[in-house]
Design a protein around this ligand. Sequence first.
Ligand SMILES: Cc1cc2nc3c(=O)[nH]c(=O)nc-3n(C[C@H](O)[C@H](O)[C@H](O)COP(=O)(O)O)c2cc1C
Length: 357
Amino acid sequence: MAIFSYQNLKKILFLLEPETAHSVAGFGLTIMGKLKPIRDLVKKEYLIDDKMLRQDFFGKTIPNPIGLGAGFDKNGSYIDSIGAIGFGYTEVGTVTPLPQDGNAKPRLFRLVEDNSLQNAMGFNNHGMGEMASKLQNRKNHDMCVGINIGKNKLTSEDNAINDYEILIKNLESYGDYIVINISSPNTPGLRDLQNEDFITKLFSMAKKLTKKPILLKIAPDMSSKEAIALCKIAIDSGADGIIATNTTIDYSLSSHAKDFGGISGALLTTKSRELFKAIGKEFHSKTMLISVGGIDSANEAYERIRDGASLIQIYSMLVFKGPKLLKEINLGLIELLKKDGYTHISQAIGANHIQMK
Ligand SMILES: Cc1cc2nc3c(=O)[nH]c(=O)nc-3n(C[C@H](O)[C@H](O)[C@H](O)COP(=O)(O)O)c2cc1C
């Protein structure tokens, strides 16, 4: 029997403003982080650590392929609890060099009818100094942690590269991988950095600073052709992988959508899957691919894996379905792998493209 019912908790959380609900959930995760016996109980209930799903991820063994999408744990406050509720790895941030408040509130909205979220947070975070000390002072270093980095709002596009440089220098030793975020829609001009000149300069600078893997996270609002070209530039410049996708600015997806910020969750599923499929076809055996965007079931997760994802990430559907979803997806993945005659997840990665050749 589940030790707590997220569906009951959700009834209370959904009465609150979305950002307040996030803080309340964050408070619970912080408390859980301090209480190992509670964490162990929760972990026993939710974490799936299975030999069919276990993978080596840039030198660290992760128990299952589901990671927490960036933006939930902006300051690296919940790492141990995130592992206990069932995630195989986590991505903290987006962190910027200096602390910043983000955009004016309200800036986070539930599109309940659409099982989706819309946010215009704008990289609210406590800055790299606090992130460094949080990551350094962790008691437990088992969890695989990616650090997602972005430029400060007040840093001009011309100086953006300096922000990424200072972030990598200060944070690289504390995480297992680094993610360059130039795909959030809520920092003016950020997505303009998704161009050949910037990406080439960025990776040639970054690769000199660290031996840690560096991945590029891309937006969904471009054609497959554009995405493939962008990923190719990044990989040729030294990127160790691609995370696709961030939130979408396609407000035509729902009549409930606002005309600002980025949409995530069910409304993003098709767009994100289609773009990922194209990227997977091109790069699945050539680099590490992580698929994120509206993943809400084992079938959807499996499709992304068969399209080329070694790993997936989830954010919005955790809000709607709770940690039980992670367990359901992991157990479902084991069943789907067995049904297809596989003994390990690695055999399914990119299978859709291999069969089509
Ligand atoms: C409230 C909120 C804040 C987010 N903040 C970030 C962020 O700081 N950096 C980032 O790379 N992605 C951020 N994202 C995007 C997610 O990491 C993810 O790419 C996107 O939501 C699609 O996944 P999902 O449909 O499972 O939510 C944020 C998403 C939400 C909903």
